[in-house]
Design a protein around this ligand. Sequence first.
Ligand code: DX5
Ligand code: ZN
Length: 219
Amino acid sequence: MSNGKIIIAPSLLSADFKRLEQEISLVEKAGAEWLHLDIMDGHFVPNLTIGPSVVAFLRPATKLFFDAHLMVTDPEKYAQPFVEAGAQSISFHVEAVNGAKTKPLIDKIHALGAKVGLTINPDTPAEQVKPWLSEIDLVLVMSVFPGFAGQKFMPEVLSKVRQIRQWAGPDFDIEIDGGITTANVREAVDAGANVVVAGTAVFRAADPAEAIRQLKRIA
Ligand code: DX5
Ligand code: ZN
């Protein structure tokens, strides 16, 4: 998907929601490639965000790749509505879907025409994604506990990034999400991440476009 280059995926969660179209256009012009959409159900995590109808409204406003991160208890129910709304990748949590249901959900999302990611929380071992690496398109490694933007990066997850990179080889997307700033993006990339989510560090920066350029430079 990424052909070896580093992809910056601003997380819309930290944007100014009264001007979403301008916020998206700003990060697109600044060189972001993906838009990270944090979908929370108030159950899997103690926070609620956006549903498919918001995604559908945003779809025609941009060419950015829509990277949906489902922090929901029931991704089987929500994957399809988000793909139909325009999400091009669906990442769901291994903590939400048990072993036997994993493969059917991967196949379902692929059949809908989207990429599939498996997501692991900071305290979930990398071994949980290992059996699925040949079936999926990306692994999303959480570097904070999901639920809120603006938390502190947990460097201890980088050993999992290294491990997954070793298992998956160079042509696989490993995305890191949570607390990324110009101070830690380099260590995340050195560990093997090639897709970098940044919410606060981009949308709450004095100059979001410059923040993206800096993240790219340092990464
Ligand atoms: C956390 C979300 C992240 C987060 C990123 O639950 O999955 O995408 O919003 O925001 P920052 O970069 O502020 O940690
Ligand atoms: Zn996220």
